[in-house]
Design a protein around this ligand. Sequence first.
Ligand code: PLP
Length: 462
Amino acid sequence: MKSKKVTRRSFLSTISASTVAVAATGAGISGFTPVFGNSRDTADKLAVLGGSPVRGNKKWQNWPQWDAEKFNPKMNEVMANRVWSRSHKVAEFEKKWAEMHGSKHCLSTVNGTNALSAAWMQSNIGPGDEVICSPYTFSASIFGILYKGAMPVFADIDPATFQIDPEQIKKKITPRTKGILPVHICGYPSDMPAIMKIAREHNLFVVEDACQAHLAEIGGKKVGTFGNAGCFSFQASKNLPIGEGGGILTDDTEYYDRLYSYHNFGYASGSVSGQISSITALILANKIRMAEYQAVIGLCQMEKLEEQHKIRNENGAYLNEKLSAYPGITPVKLHKGATAASYYIYAMVYNQDKLDGLPRKRFIEALNAEGIPVGTGYPNDPLYAQPMLQEVFKSDIYKKFYTTDDLNFEKYKQKNHCPALIQTFNSALWIWHGGLMLGSKSDMDDIINAVDKIHNNVAKLK
Ligand SMILES: *Cc1c(COP(=O)(O)O)cnc(C)c1O
């Protein structure tokens, strides 16, 4: 693939790189340190045009966070006792994650990608089946569907909430539909009550991609507990960062037994039984176990998660209220019924028509210069058009189970085209939560003041 790759992680590193660049600018030229408010002239002048940044020299909190004094002894303990592979700490982590969500079972995995893949691997979907997916995500969400030889079908999002639109899901149902993959993108809840109603009517298997949506909830019920399975990521950028790690929630004990066996070489587990020796593989499996030291990091992070979640939601509500006053900046809405978001990303929709035609790129440059790390989010590179699918469609198994017409990539792209998604790619503003959404009221005011400043100076930016 020749095209310039922009991954989620490079997007995040772009964000942190720009934060660093801004901090460096803030430090000033030859020892001069501009402080917002010093002089009305430089304070009013946009930083991108040489004025002083709203944020001055202030840094955002780091992410991930580690309280060494409190957490190092716990980490040292597990390292010293030399039980490093899956054991009590992993089990404790799973128990607590399940309890925190009001779910019967949690199975931890090496990462979110493998949590999602395992959830599909142990479902009954297979070649010839269709799974309706949210398109506002990246490849990791759908690998498992393709491993099973099933066909991803994309239903467009609601551009106001960024979430898969239940009305669009209904339009995509065929006799071959067997599953739904909602992705709680940016950590805002998808409309699970409406999605589960469709799933019940058509007997569909639902895997929630909650990899960005730790503790988000609808009517007090946590996301990840609505579908047959809910998958989480504990990758370093996420709200519960381990570095790498994943989890699957489910209330279905038989399914959980299969998942457990799958994540452990196919060995016996609960209702998956009948072994001859302790190493008899009973099902086709994988090995995707979390390690003890990963679980310890997770348990340490979990101690802080609920308090952090509360702060993010207070800050989110404050930003939603204040920023909605600015034409052209529309905070992403929580659909009615949603009671909390994770704010993995604080998301907005940009409308340049209401900002005198100021291009989004220029708005972002100006905001970054003020010390506010904001980006575009996923680039305009829809999942249904990525070469991976074309590659999969050339495989023998797909040729066996689908018609030439089904596998015609041009036709596939047309059939799956999602206009609201494209509109969102071109208008989204993302602020990654890391450190920032845990800030104080005055940190949030800096964001609002920076937007205000740009709003007052739009003409000078063009
Ligand atoms: C992070 C993420 C994943 C994958 O999780 P990893 O732990 O990085 O493998 C999947 N889906 C979404 C929406 C994510 O944000």
